[in-house]
Design a protein. Structure first.
Length: 300
């Protein structure tokens, strides 16, 4: 039996946390997944999982095995990708994690254009605003917006994104135009749940952080589009990346406030594991992403 297939099945079961979900992702049967795991355990002469009626847990041997298995599979993928550079087209499944609002507003056209040029690359896109573990969750690349901390990952800057503090004209008419961050009403703040703007030099960021600690924001949501819609209704002010608020600002549904106090711009990055050899499908996607948004950053 193909050992690579056994290792791949094992890694998918680990990442999915379930034989059933692993079978769905691999487009195969639950019985075949169980057979592959049993065969791998037989070949290694160890038990990889402790199974209950509801959950599976890695044994100590399984925890050690998964690191070796992922390294082996990545090495094989790197070899295939490097050899693929000899061909004119990229091939295979590319698993991507990306933020929800950026994807729904700006990524669709990019992916369509990419697949027109590279029809043999299949995209598996998962939308989530939380910071995913690229390796643990089996992604080839994550698209992230923000200030990135240093890590062992490669982070290629794709675009620059301005931040905008904005409110509706009706809100400004009712409460006045603030001239300084201390003029902001803390109870009217519409807060993004995953906010992580670490510009310590910004008076605005410091004011928002202090207000959030002392007062409960009027609304906290893990989606920027919802916050923007609420702000357009005159219910408060919101700090948003330009790729979300840009159209509302252009249409006059929102107005920019405290422009002299804006924190530094954030970056849009493609983040992927540090490898000496990068697969062809990943290389061409990251290059395409960079070139595309160099000329199609419509939020600017």
């Amino acid at each position: 039996m193909d050992r690579l297939a056994l290792l791949k099945t094992f890694c998918v079961v680990v990442s999915e946390g379930s034989f059933t979900r692993a079978a769905e992702r691999l487009d195969t049967s639950n019985q075949l997944v169980s057979k592959y795991i049993a065969e791998l355990e037989k070949q290694l002469d160890v038990r990889l999982f402790n199974r209950t009626t509801r959950k599976i847990h890695l044994t100590e041997a399984g925890q050690q095995c998964v690191e070796h298995a992922r390294h082996i599979l990545e090495s094989v993928e790197d070899m295939e990708g490097q050899l693929g550079l000899l061909n004119t087209s990229a091939k295979g499944v590319l698993r991507i994690s990306a933020p929800v609002s950026f994807s729904t507003l700006h990524l669709s056209a990019c992916l369509g254009a990419f697949q027109q040029q590279h029809p043999d690359v299949t995209i598996d896109l998962q939308l989530n605003d939380r910071k995913v573990d690229v390796i643990e969750e089996g992604f080839d690349v994550a698209i992230r917006a923000g200030q990135l901390s240093s890590s062992s990952f490669i982070a290629k800057r794709i675009a620059t994104i301005k931040l905008v503090l904005c409110a509706s004209p009706s809100y400004i008419a009712q409460y006045g135009m603030p001239k300084h961050p201390r003029d902001l009403n803390p109870e009217h703040y519409l807060e993004y749940a995953y906010i992580n703007y670490d510009d310590e030099s910004s008076e605005l960021i410091q004011a928002l952080k202090e207000n959030s600690q002392r007062y409960k924001p009027k609304l906290t949501v893990n989606n920027g589009e919802v916050l923007t819609d609420v702000a357009k209704m005159g219910q408060g002010y919101v700090l948003q990346p330009a790729f979300i608020a840009g159209q509302a600002l252009k249409r006059g549904e929102l107005v920019s406030i405290l422009e002299d106090y804006m924190p530094r711009s954030i970056g849009l990055y493609a983040v992927y594991p540090h490898r000496k050899l990068v697969s062809n499908k990943l290389r061409v996607f990251v290059d395409f992403l960079s070139d595309y948004f160099a000329t199609n950053a419509s939020w600017e």
